[in-house]
Write a protein that binds this ligand. Structure first.
Ligand code: SF4
Length: 704
């Protein structure tokens, strides 16, 4: 039933959380054309290099998984089997483990690139029918610190702002983020706004002089891990100079007095020394915030991927709460989502500690509501294993089987040798993916070929709470199936067929939307018909609501907490990252590069994208290089307490002395793991969000 020639559909880019609109045209003979969708409210026709080349990843089928495959023991090669064979064996093994070792012996590790409907059925299957909460996602590596930060301050995991606030803001506080490379279309809107309004101020906080930092009016090049010290110092200045909003604090918040006490414990001078920046620059930052009519803070992994990630988020949101710069046009905290549908995954509760519609797994009433709604088994009151815990549980035998969907943990998780150990020790590994390029395939006992972007329909939610419908345009190659259908078929083999008897993605979506009734993310009035007509809306969306949903939250100063008041927290500025010492004196931080996406299974196939940077490297400051007799381009060994990597050195003053940087994308190259960045990162996590400390590992660098 393939459609042919000059058949265009509107969809959404499947890379980052900006969620740009695209128009794809089927030119026939397997050829596609792609351009930006001028009518899409988030991106207005713009696309970055990754989005512009997205169709090539669909056209190139050379790496696609086409048929289910299976091996009977690890020594045997994978061989083609039927869907029935693959799913029957998987169901039999899952049932055996569940019976013998309990439901927590199995689990799913999924992805922020899954569609909302896919997330929904997997979450329902494991929590509502298998009886375990062992589902976590690579969003754990991405936004979980922001989620906890929002909950503790605003009462709900809710991004209060929208992209249109960009043009209404006049002070951008970009911290722990490089949107010029990682969220380029959002950044183009900031650039255009600044160009048209030169008085707009951009403050960038980053130990690296990134492209974003190079466009800043003020770059605070702080020492890694000192973010909270900086935010608290700015808070102190704002209070001292009486640049706070006393009326807002008095009427709409709790916790200000304790906050004041803690930020006054450290002088601004001392804070400047700890952060490694000039005191006057901290004062300038406070001044810019004070004068702004629209104060928009933007952040990503520099804050989230930290052992104190939740605290960093809260300390930043505190600045909005003491100044009352939230819930108003152009004002508010804006976490830039890393993945295209990390937010949709949270909406359906697809994490080890959540339930649908942002319900709390540990709340007995919430569990009961969902049990009744699903009509399945009793939901366990124990949080499931989170991303890193899952692989530890496989390593020590607490978990026996793992089902990995649409993600490549053997490149993306920290301290990768631990992940390898987990997969080696796992009794049964299912990999459900589109690509043979996934490193995780080496450990698969069963491989399930999935349909990719344009080959299935569903929805995603981008960084501004915007739900977009993605239509199916092409048939998947070979016998590949949409992920939702794979899970439904498996559920049937497990004996839960009547609860997973969906005829379409639309029916899954309708069930999900019903589950949001009466919650803060209510979308009960939203269905595929409305989404197809409007293309996208922002949650919450109710029939009596504005046509396109809710642009901005908290405009009435009523927060989602029990007493409707936001909570200002007193946050100590301690960091608990790995200790530096004489053997490991440098801090390694990791991040994205402009033209690659995550583990490169898609972007790595596109020649144009590989022309930017196609090899891993280490950025190091000239003084650190000199003292180690390292020259530009020389191969170096980067050594940690856990493992090593061997890459070329790039000597640059763009990085602070004492700090090094490596891109996070690279796994094994030609079978060797020498360039694999996550050989080096450590397994520490934030105690509340369980997000790893990717931005701070103790390393030494030696000329090879
Ligand atoms: Fe895709 Fe993100 Fe680029 Fe937009 S900014 S085109 S969503 S990768």
């Amino acid at each position: 039933n393939k459609r042919h020639s000059n058949n265009s559909v509107k969809s959404t880019c499947s890379y980052c959380g900006v969620g740009c609109g695209v128009v794809v045209t089927d030119l026939g003979d397997g050829k596609l054309a792609l351009e930006g969708d001028k009518d899409h409210p988030s991106s207005k026709g713009m696309l970055c290099s990754k989005g512009m080349n997205l169709h090539y990843t669909v056209m190139d089928k050379s790496d696609r998984l086409m048929y289910p495959e299976m091996r009977f023991n690890r020594g045997m090669p994978l061989q083609r089997v039927s869907w029935d064979n693959a799913l029957e064996r998987t169901a039999a093994i899952f049932k055996t483990f569940i019976e013998k070792y309990g439901p927590d012996s199995v689990g799913f590790y999924v992805s922020g690139q899954c569609l909302t409907e896919e997330y929904y059925v997997i979450n329902k299957l494991i929590k509502g029918f298998i009886g375990s909460n062992n589902i976590d996602t690579n969003s754990r590596l991405c936004m979980s610190s922001a989620v906890v930060g929002y909950k503790l301050t605003l009462g709900e995991d809710s991004v209060p702002v929208c992209y249109d606030d960009i043009e209404l803001a006049d002070c951008f506080f970009v911290t722990g983020a490089n949107p010029a490379w990682c969220h380029p279309i959002i950044w183009r809107r900031v650039e255009a706004h600044k160009q048209a309004n030169p008085d707009v101020k951009i403050i960038v906080v980053d130990p690296r002089k990134t492209q974003t930092a190079s466009q800043a009016d003020l770059h605070l090049q702080i020492n890694p891990g000192t973010d909270i010290t900086l935010y608290n110092a700015i808070g102190r200045i704002l209070i001292e100079r009486e640049w706070i909003d006393n009326e807002f604090i008095e009427n709409h918040t709790n916790g200000f007095e304790a906050y004041k006490e803690i930020v006054f414990q450290r002088s601004v001078r001392e804070a400047a020394r700890i952060c490694g920046v000039r005191e006057t620059d901290i004062r300038w930052a406070a001044e810019y915030i004070r004068w702004s009519k629209g104060f928009l803070s933007m952040w990503t992994m520099g804050l989230n991927q930290s052992v104190v990630g939740v605290n960093k988020n809260i300390a930043l949101i505190d600045l909005h709460l003491i100044t009352g710069k939230i819930g108003k046009e152009g004002n508010g905290p804006f976490s830039l989502t890393g993945q295209p549908n990390a937010m949709g995954g949270r909406e359906v509760g697809g994490l080890a500690n959540m339930l649908p519609a942002h319900r709390d797994l540990l709340n007995p009433e919430h569990r009961n509501e969902v049990e009744v709604f699903w009509g399945g088994t009793k939901i366990s009151d124990k949080s499931g294993f989170t991303a890193t815990e899952m692989f530890d549980a496989l390593a020590d035998g607490r978990m026996k089987a793992i089902w990995i969907v649409c993600t490549n943990p053997l490149v993306s998780l920290p301290d990768i040798k631990r992940v390898e150990k987990g997969l080696e020790n796992a009794r049964f590994v299912v990999v459900q993916d589109i690509s043979r390029r996934s490193d995780t395939l080496a450990y698969a006992d069963v491989v399930l070929p999935a349909a990719g972007w344009l080959e299935k329909e569903g929805t995603m939610t981008n960084s501004e709470r915007r739900i977009t419908y993605l239509p199916k345009m092409l048939d998947a190659p070979g016998e590949a199936l949409p992920d939702t259908e794979i899970i439904n078929r498996f559920a049937e083999k497990m004996g839960f067929g009547e609860f997973f008897n969906y005829n379409s993605s639309s029916e899954v979506y309708d069930e999900h939307s019903k589950s949001t009734k009466g919650t803060n993310i209510d979308i009960t009035a939203l269905n595929y018909e409305i989404l197809k007509e409007k293309r996208s809306v922002q949650w919450p969306f109710k029939r009596n609501n504005a046509d396109f949903g809710t642009k901005r939250l908290f405009e009435d100063n009523q927060f989602f907490t029990a007493d409707k008041r936001a909570k200002i927290h007193a946050i100590p500025d301690s960091n608990h990252s790995e200790e530096l010492d004489a053997d490991f004196p440098l801090i390694l931080t990791t991040g994205r590069i402009r033209d690659q996406w995550h583990t490169m299974t898609k972007t790595g196939k596109v020649n144009k994208l590989n022309q930017h940077i196609d090899q891993p490297y280490l950025e190091i400051h000239p003084k650190d290089a000199d003292s180690r007799k390292i020259s530009e381009g020389q191969v170096v060994d980067v050594i940690t307490r856990r493992g090593e990597a061997r890459v070329k050195a790039k000597i640059t003053t763009d990085i602070k002395q004492g700090v090094c940087f490596m891109p996070m994308h690279f796994g094994k190259i030609l079978g060797s793991d020498f360039g694999r960045t996550n050989n080096l990162t450590n397994s520490l996590v934030d105690p509340r969000s369980k997000e790893p400390d990717f931005k701070f590992s103790a390393v030494e660098v030696k000329a090879h």
